[in-house]
Ligand binder design. Structure first.
Ligand code: ADP
Ligand code: MG
Length: 332
């Protein structure tokens, strides 16, 4: 449905989008996930034909966005990060204006306006001024205008920013429903949001595509390292030497937090962390050494996100209770 090839965008000499390539199939909800400044809005603006690219190609339904913009744009509905709503108008007036700009008129325009109003459930406020509507309703009006003209693809730039928790839940539900009849692409800097709504996630950092997969698969395949740590009372050299014979264990760190106790921490890239923890356990048990404490830490999607977007971690919002850096520090 959408093909992006080697897309690159410079603002002056600042590289905002760096050789981005991906394909989007019809009928799914896709998430562009990345910290602020990653290049999500820039990419979306190029995809919808509102911004030129420095190089690269974008085609929508087979139409090149630069060479055949009219045909390509007809297939896309767009909700910008800051939708240009006219505050003094009512949703109906505003939707009429947008619909006409999209080339709709007469009965077709009227029925489409009614249709999208029903779809985003703003019937009860359709005659009020937009200035009097809550942010959640305004966002629905913004989504309604994107739906006018029955585009196959709906692109939503940070659709839940600035909404309260209840409004966020409602907008997420609405987006899921849109995903039944449309290809939906939304951007977000919130991992849990993309995880909750999207079937496929594109992680973008510093203008580059760093991952593209289903949420489960991302968690499983990408960066499948997990951490094993234990405490024992064998000498540090002995611990090191035993661990060097355990498969799939690397990056071993051995410390002696207090006299007589040794703490070991290691990474494993085994598919199943329990296979490795079993190996570790028996390697010591058969030498009559007790593991006094054994801990496993599996990599979460959150860890992966932070790792992949490293360098911009301060602007990454993961809705974590404890920032990764802090929990790391607490352990030492
Ligand atoms: P995101 O939507 O992921 O937060 P943007 O696409 O808005 O990221 O921005 C990517 C980078 O490009 C940022 O560093 C931003 O400051 C920069 N940028 C965006 N728009 C412009 C512009 N018009 N001129 C110069 N730099 C820009
Ligand atoms: Mg943005």
């Amino acid at each position: 449905m959408i093909k992006v090839e080697h897309l690159t965008k410079y603002y002056g000499d600042f590289l905002a989008v760096d050789d981005l390539s991906f394909e989007i199939d019809e009928g799914h909800v896709y998430g562009f996930l990345g910290p602020n400044g990653a290049g999500k809005s820039t990419t979306m603006n190029i995809m919808i034909g509102c911004l030129s690219a420095t190089s690269g190609r974008v085609s929508i339904g087979g139409f090149d966005i630069f060479e055949d913009p009219d045909n390509a744009k007809r297939l896309i509905g767009y909700l910008p990060e800051q939708p240009p709503l006219y505050m003094n108008e009512t949703p109906v007036e505003y939707l009429r204006f947008v619909g006409e700009a999209k080339g709709l008129h007469g009965e077709e325009l009227n029925s489409q306006i009614e249709g999208v109003i029903r779809q985003v459930r703003i019937e009860e406020v359709k005659g009020r001024r937009i200035s009097a509507l809550s942010k959640g309703y305004r966002q629905r009006v913004g989504i309604a205008q994107a739906l006018l003209g029955s585009p196959k693809v709906i692109i939503l730039d940070e659709p839940t920013v600035g909404l309260d928790p209840l409004q966020i839940i409602e907008i997420r539900d609405l987006i899921r429903q849109l995903g039944r009849d449309h290809t939906v692409i939304l951007s977000s800097h919130i991992l849990s949001e993309v995880q909750a709504i999207c079937e496929k996630i594109l992680i973008i950092a510093h203008g580059r595509l760093v991952a593209f997969d289903e949420p489960d698969q991302l968690e499983r395949s990408l960066l499948g390292t997990s951490e094993i740590s234990f405490t024992t009372d064998a000498p540090p050299e002995r611990v090191r030497s035993i661990l060097s014979g355990v498969p799939h264990v690397f990056d071993v760190k051995v410390s002696q937090p207090e006299k007589g106790l040794v703490h070991a921490r290691m990474q494993t890239n085994a598919k199943d962390i329990y296979d490795t923890s079993r190996e570790v356990f028996f390697a010591f048990a058969k030498r009559d050494i007790a593991l006094l404490e054994l801990n496993l830490k599996k990599a979460s999607l959150e860890d992966i996100f932070i790792e992949l977007t490293e360098g911009s971690a301060s602007t990454v919002q993961t809705e974590a209770t404890v920032p990764a850096a802090e929990s790391e520090a607490n352990e030492q």
